[in-house]
Design a protein around this ligand. Structure first.
Ligand code: EPU
Length: 337
């Protein structure tokens, strides 16, 4: 186990905030994690935060507690039948390496989720999603440790997945640490290509393959989303709001180009990127924080911005969007103050 005091988190958050953790701990085994949560060291601090690769976090300043990170990176096929494989993966496995491994093996189900930053544990907390697929579609079960050192297995249903949401973000926030996730993958792919121009890109080279989907998704993401190594960011800063259909229809009459995705008979999801863009914020800066010029849903650190500066920009955007459309948009990124 690695243990550092007053540790710089610069390499652990994609927004590029140079803040420190009072204590940083990285464990290599489940037993090490148990020993740590039961230790006097753990009890000494009144707050803790578990991070993956820090790609969905915004630090407001130094963190005066414990920041924990998993180095559990085992991967094992634990069951198979004629159609499926169940793959159990350690929470610290880099998500996109897992997707790459699945595609190389011919295991289908996660190829649309290529190039998403982060790690396996966070995938199950956040219910990551892109290009018509959410990870809940392939999660079979999640193993997690409670702070008393006991292990619990959550079925997919018990994870209570919703759009970018789970039990681990809601009523059980901070109470469990995910150690392993078991994914159920398909031997025969069902291609999901109906989002945006994915089909056109994938079929340009002939019959779809898992690798062609992975390449196309990666290319689309690279063309829109800034590289955090160049421009600090945490992907989509806001979630896409879900509004009543009646409100959408009234808005659509006024703003005919407003896109939407149906949720059910009474609700639709509206892209926050479109709302921010058409409220005139795309590419605009406020101090050292800015709205990305190719995807308005992404806020970026122009260099040296503080978490507060980014939050001030986010608040101004929310206000303008609300004043123009009567829709409240909320951050997807976790602000840690
Ligand atoms: N749009 C604009 N202007 C913009 C950005 C978007 O008009 O600046 C419009 C687009 O033209 C399109 C619509 O908004 O009609 C949707 O845009 P896009 O396909 O880029 O997707 P998104 O809704 O902005 C969501 C996810 C992304 C995911 C993509 C693709 C959320 C919060 N974001 O973005 O996830 O990659 O769909 O599935 O749901 C992330 O969560 O960090 C993330 C990047």
């Amino acid at each position: 186990m690695k243990r550092y005091e007053n540790y710089s988190l610069l390499a652990h958050n994609t927004f590029g905030m140079d803040v420190r953790a009072a204590l940083f701990v990285e464990y290599d085994t489940v037993d090490e994690l148990r020993a740590f949560v039961l230790s006097a060291d753990f009890a000494r601090y009144d707050r803790h935060l578990h991070i993956g690769s820090g790609s969905n976090l915004l630090f407001g300043g130094d963190y005066r507690g414990i920041v924990m990170h998993s180095a559990l990176r085992d991967l094992e096929v634990v069951a198979e039948d004629d159609n499926h494989l169940w793959v159990r993966v350690g929470s610290g496995y880099v998500w996109d390496d897992f997707v790459g491994h699945c595609v190389a093996q011919g295991w289908a189900g996660v190829e649309n989720l290529s190039a998403i930053p982060g790690e396996v544990g966070a995938s199950a907390v956040q219910n990551i999603g892109a290009y018509g697929v959410e990870v809940r579609d392939v999660i079979d079960r999640v193993e997690a440790m409670a702070l008393d050192g006991t292990l619990r297995t959550f079925t997919n249903e018990e994870c209570r997945y919703g759009y970018r949401d789970s039990v681990f973000k809601a009523e059980m926030r901070g109470q469990y640490i995910i150690t392993h996730v078991t994914y159920r993958l398909d031997r025969v792919p069902t291609y999901r290509l109906d989002y945006g121009d994915l089909r056109v890109r994938v079929e340009a080279d002939g019959e779809p393959t898992l690798q062609a989907v992975r390449n196309a998704v990666t290319a689309i993401r690279d063309s829109k989303l800034p590289d955090p190594k160049v421009l600090g960011n945490a992907g989509s800063f806001f979630t896409n709001p879900v509004i009543p259909r009646t409100q959408y229809e009234a808005l659509k009459a006024e703003y005919p180009t407003m896109p939407s995705y149906p949720i059910d008979d009474t609700r639709v999801k509206v892209p926050a990127g479109w709302l921010i863009d058409s409220a005139g914020w795309k590419g605009r800066a406020l101090g050292r924080a800015a709205v990305h010029d190719r995807q308005a849903l992404v806020l970026v650190n122009l260099g040296g911005a503080t978490g507060r500066e980014v939050m001030t920009l986010a608040e101004r955007i929310c206000e303008d969007v609300y004043n123009k459309y009567g829709i409240r948009i909320t951050p997807e990124v976790n602000f840690i103050d």
